[in-house]
Write a new protein. Structure first.
Length: 337
């Protein structure tokens, strides 16, 4: 029997074996980009989680030296040497001081967080690293020689323009946090080490109650404002940070410094007891009425009022605003994108 015949008895000719190997190589080549993309996405998840944990750890570090409170510029600058907010009652002045831009600028100024840590590696919106931060006598301060932070830092594109800045410039803060107003100021904006309190995380879109009482993304026909002032649901850039056009996913930091990758905004493992509904899943990005669970149109500044459920947003430093989904006439101008 010839050599070729003996080889056929074993199963394949040399040419057939070569063809099989070639097919396997082609299949592997086809799937490598997919695997690489998935691996890259996983790296972004991990880096983003690490950054959020690092920011929260810096907040805790601040709290250890400041009566267990997270950064509150209003307490640090009572004389207005950094930000001159003019006349007004204590609540409205505290609001203008304690904007997202001032809170995190204070942390940058004190060396607690680097600018690059405030930008998510998965960012999809109008957020870029701030380039002109001034550590030494910031020119935008009311008294540069006594400044405690650079008030020109822009956390969101909604922040007012200062100096040479232009309206519409990109913001430089990727995340959302508990607004330190009303009862949340004393119950959440401090180091509580509570595993059931969300305090910081990826930004989220806007939801409304559906017919069955479930949360639904605002539909795609909702008008999107050029200045990021109106709630955005299905068209929100925040859905693309880690999720998709139809689903929000993101990293959330809890007070015990755990960072969990959540796959929905209303969390079954983050229940809240609404007085007229009982225990329900709490939506991280809706200021819900503590009694009814419905979206509350007003974020109150009074320490004895407002809601206690989880609410994470970044917001500008302007007084005034429309009354819709957490934005109120008293000043909480939320950044929607």
């Amino acid at each position: 029997m010839s050599n070729q015949g003996r080889f056929r008895e074993r199963g394949f000719t040399v040419i057939e074996a070569f063809v099989v190997v070639l097919i396997i190589v082609l299949i592997v080549a086809m799937f490598l980009p997919i695997y690489g993309h998935g691996s890259h996405r996983g790296v972004r998840h991990l880096k983003d989680s690490s950054q959020i944990r690092g920011i929260h750890q810096s907040m805790v570090q601040w709290a250890l030296q400041n009566d267990e409170r997270f950064p509150l510029p209003s307490l640090m600058d009572p004389e207005g040497t950094t930000v001159d907010v003019g006349q007004g009652d204590d609540a409205s002045q505290a609001f203008e001081f304690d904007s997202t831009r001032n809170i995190f600028s204070l942390m940058i100024y004190n060396g607690l967080v680097p600018l690059e840590m405030l930008i998510s590696p998965a960012e999809q919106g109008p957020i870029i690293e701030y380039e002109n931060y001034q550590i030494d006598e910031p020119a935008a301060a009311a008294d540069p020689s006594k400044a405690l932070w650079d008030p020109a830092f822009r956390a969101t594109p909604r922040d007012s323009a200062i100096g040479d800045q232009q309206e519409g410039d990109e913001g430089s803060f990727s995340y959302a946090h508990t607004p330190p107003f009303g009862r949340r100021k004393d119950s959440t904006w401090r180091d509580t080490y509570s595993a059931s309190q969300a305090v910081l995380g990826n930004r989220g879109a806007s939801w409304t109650r559906g017919r069955k009482g479930d949360w639904e993304l605002l539909d795609e026909t909702h008008e999107v404002a050029d200045d990021y002032s109106k709630p955005v649901g299905e068209m929100s850039n925040t859905l693309l940070i880690h999720g998709s056009r139809s689903k929000w996913e993101g990293n959330i930091a809890y007070q015990d410094n755990r960072v969990i990758f959540e796959t929905r905004p209303d969390l079954e493992d983050l229940p809240f007891t609404f007085t007229s509904l009982g225990v329900r899943a709490d939506n991280l990005f809706v200021n819900e009425d503590d009694a009814t669970g419905e979206p509350d149109s007003e974020v109150r500044l009074d320490a004895q009022s407002d809601n206690l459920n989880a609410f994470l947003r970044s917001y500008s430093d302007r007084i005034g605003g429309s009354v819709v989904d957490g934005v109120s006439d008293v000043g909480l101008e939320v950044f929607y994108d």
